[in-house]
Design a binder for this molecule. Structure first.
Ligand code: MSP
Length: 610
């Protein structure tokens, strides 16, 4: 944000008063197929209603007294339809939200769209529509994608909603009253795609933005400024006292570096942009899109559609427990936003987690570079569970990760179709044939003295810790290892041979099968934050209802849930392998036809040309 700022400060009579003291956050939180097969109508994802299920499990008291777990994704720009990079944050946030609900927490999962500013106005003009029509269309595309991806959000905020505007104006007035807004001339290099003034030092040749590879434009404006520099010391202290505020820890160092390097005040209004919320005291200017959008995290909490006020929104759940964002917008969330909140006398969020980028050929996948993958195409071809699983398993949250179709297919086939799907299916086949699909013994009895049970218990405990630490890929790995252990166990024991021997061998084999099914039940709960639809199908195969699946909590990952007499459903594959039809040699990778169970699936242009 720094730049060639020439302050001809006209402080408009506003004094720099010391900001009203904001209570700092208390402690850093320690979170610690279609596939050619018809699976019936698409189930509703678990939503906030899901919390009622936890309540019915005796957790109601805990949920009432504990503050909610408030989790946010960034509010997405509506300059273009969503791509896989934007979907990534939301999928990860959804997995975290689902995990927290499994723990019995009341969760408020917030997402939405960022609809003001120059970039959006330009995109609307290019599409020949008014900004508000354009925003309606793209915002709706986000909502539809979230449905396709089984995203169970609780609140969707659009920054063009009137309740949001009211809260932005009230917040602006509070910051003004703190003496933190003044008027000055500004001259600098602006990246419209970042919606940010840039420091010349960070730019490439020809003043190109390193993220968007487009030249920044020179701007000179008379703007209102936010006195960020005043908060330098308090921000430093905040990070010192709460090192967990910025995660992963290597991003904290980056933030500390920015702050130590000196904070410059930044302009929070635009004279030349009409598409925005007008500055309360000056209708010739609109509020800078970032100042506006960050407040969406608070206005989303407001229950009232029309007449919301800051206090009532705050009392509905602020401060947020976690802002999950991409690393490119860390400075806004870990420096500007806390300072703005301090100025307004509001609590800070408890944690900001900056994840890495999905890349294509090493470059950030993005709308501006045009090297995106359309998540809808992926969902249409492979189903939402596969898309969710691949990106969460393949890319550890925090790191960058490259997409490759070959790797996608290999991982999905190996983990979901083979390790989980195949193990379940063949075990159910043996139970059907030999026990009339009815469990002959309790899983607790079947596992007495058996080390397999202990390894499952260890792995599920490990998965929980990994989820709590937001190490989602490692959590997936631990759950998958339960499946690996199951495959190893069944292959060693070869119950299909023991069953033929009759007598004690038969009995021992049926116990082995019950243990595998118990492990499958545990997988279905522990992997449900990642692959909710697949896990429901597993649960149903084990003879449970959808209601029982929705009511399950993490407590039920304890060994011993499956009892003698439980009747399994008719065995049906829960996840079919993705079959790649070999094409003529010179057909490019992206144009390969992919079919499942011999269903021909139309060619998909997975990767747009850069
Ligand atoms: N509108 C702002 C956020 C305001 S929050 C109050 C914005 N929008 S964005 O649409 O450009 O980006 C939204 C999120 O998508 C960011 O967290 C960004 O990091 C993420 N991603 C966009 N492309 C991405 C990848 N290629 N990979 C992973 N995430 C990336 O910034």
């Amino acid at each position: 944000m720094a730049g060639r700022v020439h302050f001809s400060v006209q402080r408009n009579g506003l004094l720099f008063l010391s900001p009203s003291s904001s209570s700092l956050f208390h402690s850093s939180i320690n979170f610690g197929v279609k596939n050619g097969i018809t699976f019936g109508p698409k189930r509703l994802p678990r939503t906030a209603l899901y919390c009622n299920c936890a309540a019915s499990n005796g957790l109601q008291k805990e949920m009432r007294s504990e503050p909610p777990f408030v989790l946010t994704t960034p509010l997405y720009y509506v300059n273009a339809p969503p791509h896989m990079g934007s979907a990534y944050t939301t999928i990860a946030a959804d997995a975290i939200a689902r995990f927290q609900r499994l723990l019995g927490k009341k969760v408020i999962f917030i997402t939405g769209t960022d609809e003001h500013g120059e970039k959006i106005a330009t995109a609307a003009a290019a599409s020949g529509s008014s900004p508000s029509e354009h925003c309606d269309v793209v915002s709706q595309a986000y909502k539809e994608l979230w449905k396709d991806l089984d995203i169970a959000y609780d609140k969707f905020i659009r920054t063009t909603e009137s309740k949001h505007e009211a809260i932005v104006k009230e917040f602006y007035s509070k910051v003004l009253a703190s003496g933190d807004i003044y008027r000055a001339d500004y001259e600098g290099l602006y990246c419209v795609n970042c919606e940010e003034y840039k420091d010349e030092k960070e730019l490439l040749d020809n003043n190109c933005c390193p993220m968007h590879l487009k030249p920044c434009v020179s701007r000179k404006e008379d703007n209102y400024f936010f006195a960020l520099s005043k908060y330098q010391k308090r921000l430093e202290e905040t990070l010192e006292k709460n090192p967990g505020f910025v995660q992963p820890s290597y991003r904290l160092h980056e933030v500390e570096g920015w702050i130590k390097g000196g904070l410059r005040d930044f302009s929070i209004s635009r004279a030349a942009v009409d598409w925005g919320i007008t500055v309360p005291s000056d209708t010739d200017q609109t509020i800078y899109v970032w100042f506006d959008a960050l407040l969406g995290y608070i206005s989303a909490l407001s229950e009232d559609k029309e007449h919301s006020d800051l206090q009532s929104a705050i009392s509905s759940g602020w401060p947020a427990s976690l802002h999950l964002i991409g690393k490119d917008i860390l400075r806004f969330h870990a420096v500007y936003w806390p300072a703005m909140l301090m100025s307004a006398g509001l609590d800070l969020p408890k944690m900001v987690f900056g994840h890495g980028f999905l890349t294509k050929d090493g470059m950030k996948m993005g709308k501006s570079l045009g090297n995106t993958i359309d998540p809808k195409c992926l969902v249409d071809r492979f189903e939402s569970d596969a898309v969710r699983y691949f990106f969460l398993r393949e890319v550890e949250l925090g790191n960058d990760g490259d997409y490759s179709e070959e790797r996608f297919i290999n991982i999905i086939n190996a983990n979901l179709a083979n390790t989980i799907g195949n193990l379940l299916n063949r075990t159910l086949g043996l139970i059907k044939k030999n026990c009339n699909s009815t469990l002959p013994v309790d899983s607790a009895v079947a596992a007495e003295g058996n080390a397999f049970k202990e390894s499952v218990e260890d792995l599920v405990a490990k998965a929980r810790t990994q989820y709590e630490n937001l190490a989602i890929s490692s959590a997936c790995e631990a759950v998958l290892d339960i499946g690996n252990a199951g495959n190893l166990y069944i292959n060693e024991r070869a119950p299909w041979s023991l069953l033929k021997q009759g007598g004690d061998a038969f009995e021992a084999a049926t116990k082995d099968l019950v243990m595998i099914l118990e492990a499958m039940r545990i997988i279905a709960i522990a992997l449900s934050p990642i692959t909710p639809s697949l896990c429901l199908r597993i649960y149903e195969q084990l003879g449970y209802t959808e209601e029982q699946f929705n009511a399950a909590t993490w407590n039920e990952t304890k060994w011993g849930g499956m009892k003698s007499g439980q009747v399994m459903a008719q065995p049906r594959p829960v996840f079919a392998r993705i079959e790649v039809q070999k094409e003529e040699e010179d057909v490019p990778e992206v144009a390969k036809k992919v079919s499942k169970k011999k269903t021909k699936i139309p060619k998909v242009q997975a990767v747009a040309e850069a």
